[in-house]
Ligand binder design. Sequence first.
Ligand SMILES: Nc1nc2c(c(=O)[nH]1)N[C@H]1C(S)=C(S)[C@@H](COP(=O)(O)OP(=O)(O)OC[C@H]3O[C@@H](n4cnc5c(=O)[nH]c(N)nc54)[C@H](O)[C@@H]3O)O[C@H]1N2
Ligand SMILES: Nc1nc2c(c(=O)[nH]1)N[C@H]1C(S)=C(S)[C@@H](COP(=O)(O)OP(=O)(O)OC[C@H]3O[C@@H](n4cnc5c(=O)[nH]c(N)nc54)[C@H](O)[C@@H]3O)O[C@H]1N2
Ligand SMILES: [Mo]
Length: 878
Amino acid sequence: MGYLEQATQTTVSRRGFVKAGAAAAAATALTGALAGCSPQSENAVELSETGNPEEGATWIPVACWLGCGTAACRNMGLVKDGIVLRQKSDDSHEDSAEHPQRRGCLRGRSQRKHVFSADRLKYPMKRKGWSPDAPNGEMRGKDEWERISWDEALQIIHDELQKAIDTYGPASILAHGEITGLLNKLGGYTTYWSTHSFGSYSLSTRFNGYHHHGKVTASDRLSMAKSETVVMFGVNPAWSGCGTQSWYWQQVKEAGAKFIAVDPRYNDSYAMLNAEWIPIYPGQDDALILGLAYVLITEDDPASNPLIDWDFLSRCTIGFDADSMPEGADPKENFRDYVLGTYDGTPKTPEWASKLCGASPEQIRDLAYELKPEKKVSIVTSWAPARRHDTDHLSQMFMTLGSMTGHFGKEGHMCGICCDAMTADGGPRLFSTGSSGNPDIENALDECINTGELWESVLKGEYTFNGRMPGYGFDNLNPIAEKRSCDIHVLYATGIGWLGSNEDISKGIEVFRKMDFVVAHAWAPNPPAIYADIVLPVTTPWERAGRISADGGRDTITLAQPVCDPLYEARSDQDVVRGLAPLFGFKEEDFYCGSEKQQLFNQIAGSTVFDPADGETPIPLVTITQDDIDEWGVEGEPQEGQVALKEFWETGVVTVHRTDGDTYTHIPFKAFREDPEANPSENSESGKFEIYSQKMGETLSAMGYGEVSPLTVYKEKAMGYEATFSDFAAGVKGEYPFQVFCLKTLRDVASTMDNVPQLRETIENPVIMAAADAKDLGIQTGDAVKVTSPTGAIVRKVSVTARQMPGTLVVPWGGWYEYDEAAQADVGGASNTLTGGVVTGQGTSGYNSAIAKVEKYTGDILNDVEKAPVVFFEEDGE
Ligand SMILES: Nc1nc2c(c(=O)[nH]1)N[C@H]1C(S)=C(S)[C@@H](COP(=O)(O)OP(=O)(O)OC[C@H]3O[C@@H](n4cnc5c(=O)[nH]c(N)nc54)[C@H](O)[C@@H]3O)O[C@H]1N2
Ligand SMILES: Nc1nc2c(c(=O)[nH]1)N[C@H]1C(S)=C(S)[C@@H](COP(=O)(O)OP(=O)(O)OC[C@H]3O[C@@H](n4cnc5c(=O)[nH]c(N)nc54)[C@H](O)[C@@H]3O)O[C@H]1N2
Ligand SMILES: [Mo]
């Protein structure tokens, strides 16, 4: 009997789900239950004769679609007449270490407050001051709004897109999201790329032998629990992987591991794990690792004090010493001699490292001894340290540390990325979803601008082309640093990205104001909507056909049912395209294979799970009968799978029941370690881990954003630690003495939930400052501060803590940009107000790269929760 069979029996078929409504015991007060609902919804629920507002309500699986990477938590809604009265998470089976419930976090559980929020956009709207001939662009963000009909809105969009194409060509439209299929049929559009989540892991690891996403560089959870020591370089699952993933970490603790944290902050995860703390300055991990390498190299004695795994180093890596350098490279440029300072005269001693990273030489020495090859050690990190300028060599630095200490390819040992959905549970995802069946329409253009220089490029009319690398795909890398012209006139935004997730929001607004025409799709008044000309109210996933996702933890797939009809006049993004298609002479079928329900069905039918027999062959997940097909009213073929469609639809979740040593066990680089010749890395020319990577240095340098050396070395970082000094050697701080970095916070997932009052109340998202700095500046928790970087300023309340390195500030990631005239600053706390202005190396997005000055702010500012919801215009009596 296979594991999955076991799994589906326990998970789904046998005691898989709590029958609808069975757990709905306690009745909540009607008003309480509906706080924050739209007026339309409120009218819809009536008290039953028994006075129980939950009578007749049913529990159904509802979508949590947030991009935290863990967005496959099971989310349940108690639904009555299209209204969600309450939410709960996974109680589909008994919770156990091997087969945990997929429990969600406060954000997923607040989705009903998000969907039925007071600030939902209701109708298509047009900015009053905009007209086709006179855009009055400088009024964007300040103007009044008027309600228009969908027909008017679509006609205006058609006319403006057509005008831009006819006048300036299709490349004059900068777009993303659902509209791009239609634009592709019209000749294409200009797109953009960034290194988003992965930072400099995105491209460096394509050449140095490591792995680009990193998720598969970490062991699965049962293997990880065998570690004796876990060294965490910047990992915060309690906030950024909360829900079931954080619980995996607790399993590692319960199994007896010791934890050591290397981080500018002692975060809640470290507190949960009772970790020791080695505070370091943001971005200075490379210096610390070089200090460790010095101790390992100078104190290792294979007989009496084995600190280095010479066997792994010699078989699996190149570039460590003069003898292992690749052909053609200068033998002097090897890692060992760099660390010892043989040729540059600077030994990278713990004292040298201490000056650069802030950890004491003793802490560095002690840490080196914690990493002994004979011990089961997991060295883990996140992408956060790499979402920073000039970190192209950082992935290689961790790879080198793991190689020297030999913590690769053995159970209980690892060296890899441990964040996002797969924190403490690495490995390939066991489930995948099928294709929607919609046609793929190619973009005829390859124009693609790096977000680090996006706004500057639009203003200058010129950018650096390095291939078309849309989304997370970097396969079109074409490092030629070709200077191309760009002439953007129209912005088409779906989502907050351009004035939230990307760097340099102030310059973004400058660009928005220069455009002929700006469209935004949104369900809440987020910054791109506020700075647009036409705003289209779109549905949330709760108002669509349902949602299937295998994007969360590796052993879970979720399926959500629709909750309600589109609220007010909202339409799905697809329906916008369906509405525009005939105006351009296209048919719906040119873009979609059928209804959204048909597409969901196709995704379900095509979903797979790895066969438990071998742990790697995808087999169909869902059994579908002719009756199912008839009931759904879709086209399709019956098929045999592991779970019946009806059951999946009702429970909303399938998980794999893991057992120790099963076929889903993931010990990264195991085969590589055993025989690197037979199992070479796909990501390097030599097939080995390249501590010296010629191809990496050459390729990244060719992108035109600065030299990247083939050898992993210490690098001074733009907008980094040294940049906070005017005279580093003398220790004199400069105009911007603070390093600012971001944190994924409990309130937001990216900036998706920042408008939800209940989350604003729970998590304030203040600027976080070290106690010593606050004392110097006469600042206390609850005061307001103005934080000014070379690109912008924010004013926020401050929270003072002893759990953070002096000289650093945290601006939590997710706030919505909100310009305040009196403060001359953003009072929404949008962290990218402070970033931008530099592009380095592989074009790494510098979300954690900012330097700033701080002053106490004495004007009035409100806490976010005290702010009234933003409504675009008064209700017109409906
Ligand atoms: N300063 C700073 N910047 C950062 C980061 C940081 O830590 N600090 N993190 C970076 C990282 S790791 C990432 S992954 C990115 C994430 O940046 P994004 O990818 O921009 O973030 P998401 O929240 O996924 O954005 C989705 C947006 O689309 C909207 N949306 C979601 N679904 C739909 C839909 O079906 N239709 C429409 N029309 N809209 C929809 C959401 O409401 C939201 O506004 O941000 C990066 N930027
Ligand atoms: N709540 C919430 N969860 C999320 C998201 C969200 O927006 N909100 N976003 C999701 C997404 S898109 C992603 S990509 C993931 C990834 O998220 P991660 O890459 O893990 O990022 P963070 O959680 O911001 O930071 C992790 C830790 O790194 C530390 N750190 C920052 N810079 C450095 C450094 O230079 N060196 C060291 N040693 N430590 C440093 C921070 O103090 C923090 O403790 O999170 C996902 N989870
Ligand atoms: Mo991300």
